[in-house]
Design a protein around this ligand. Structure first.
Ligand code: 2P0
Length: 330
């Protein structure tokens, strides 16, 4: 095998993913809904996979044991076995999350996109980008989107083997100066992880089916708004998808409530700015931070308003970012 170092950037979903298909092999990690994202330049993971005398996973300079390590090597086992009958070589996996500032964005998207990219090159598997994206998805649903830069659409598909659950890049970001203002409303980790939260919503939320049923129209409408470079139209869909997802989460038993008082205060601040002609559109993920999609010209004004909101810890600006890349040595 070779030594491969991959870089992948995080992404933010403009049309959200929340829920997994229950009718298929769980290992495929197939989403129940499609999603549409923008890859970001702000946060990236750099991962090296190299042959070693024993398996070891070092994350941000420290030996990572337990579940993260198990997930990494279970993933590499499957990746290797997809093309070889022989035992997998032992591997040293070194992963560094580059957060110039604590961006408040999840690292599983960039993490598994980088691991899939580095692993495939280290194992000398000649993979197309769609196949690489499918492998990244098996690690983490949102990672499928981080293989590509700019806007990315991931369709859920209906095939049993997941063959039609494919991410693809959508043109548009190169001639549209968008920014994402990331507003952190707390320090510390989230109370409910995405994977367990999604399962609880599917099992108990009365809004779950409605959430799933209305996903495809949102994806199509968002894609059309991107093609038209129509920010108010896209922003309306972004907010609708976000609040539908959070309504579904809140109606889960017991409730999944990621919001903090400052989250709502930021949302209302952004909406008030809109009344004054400063166009930002909010979205939130499985956590209390608020992310605001806007034009580059409005980003500083929105960031300044958000910094003045009580409870806000930090505000960062992110531009659209590139797809995953890899360097291979002998
Ligand atoms: C998203 N989230 O579309 C949504 C919005 C959270 C809320 O993708 O279980 O860490 O590993 O497939 O990818 C977070 O879910 O979940 C996520 P798994 P993942 O960005």
């Amino acid at each position: 095998m070779k030594t491969a170092t991959a870089t992948a950037h995080s992404n933010i979903a403009l049309v959200k993913y929340w829920g997994k298909r229950a009718d298929v092999d769980r290992n495929l990690n197939l989403p129940a809904v499609g999603s549409l994202s923008m890859t970001l330049d702000g946060l990236r993971t750099v991962t090296t996979v190299a042959e070693a005398s024993e398996d070891a996973f070092v994350l941000d300079g420290a030996q990572a044991g337990g579940k993260p390590e198990q997930k990494v090597f279970a993933f590499l086992d499957r990746l290797w076995a997809s093309a070889h009958d022989t035992p997998r070589p032992r591997c040293a996996v070194t992963s560094v999350n580059h957060l110039p500032t604590a961006a408040g964005l999840a690292s599983s998207a960039s993490g598994f996109a980088a691991l899939a990219t580095a692993g495939a090159s280290a194992f000398e598997l000649d993979m197309s980008l769609p196949t690489l994206s499918q492998w990244a998805r098996m690690g983490s649903g949102s990672a499928a989107r981080s293989i590509y830069g700019g806007f990315v659409r991931l369709d859920a598909g209906t095939a049993e083997d997941g063959s039609d659950c494919v991410a693809r890049p959508l043109p548009g970001v190169e001639d549209w100066p968008l920014r994402l203002v990331v507003v952190q409303t707390t320090r510390g980790s989230k109370p409910v992880g995405s994977t367990e939260g999604m399962q609880a919503s599917r099992d108990t939320s009365p809004y779950y089916q409605a959430w799933v049923d209305t996903s495809i129209p949102d994806l199509d409408a968002a894609q059309a708004a991107i093609e038209a470079r129509d920010l108010p139209r896209l922003g309306g869909i972004v907010e609708h998808s976000c609040f539908k997802m959070h309504a579904c989460m809140m109606a889960t038993v017991p409730p999944i409530m990621y919001w903090k008082p400052a989250s709502l205060a930021v949302i209302q601040t952004v909406w008030a700015a809109r009344q004054e002609g400063v166009h930002g559109y909010v979205t939130m993920d499985a956590g209390p931070h608020v992310k605001i999609l806007c034009l580059a010209d409005d980003a500083e004004s929105i960031a300044a308003r958000c910094r003045a909101v009580p409870g806000v810890e930090e505000v960062n600006l992110c531009a659209p970012g590139p797809g995953a890349s890899v360097e291979v040595s002998a």
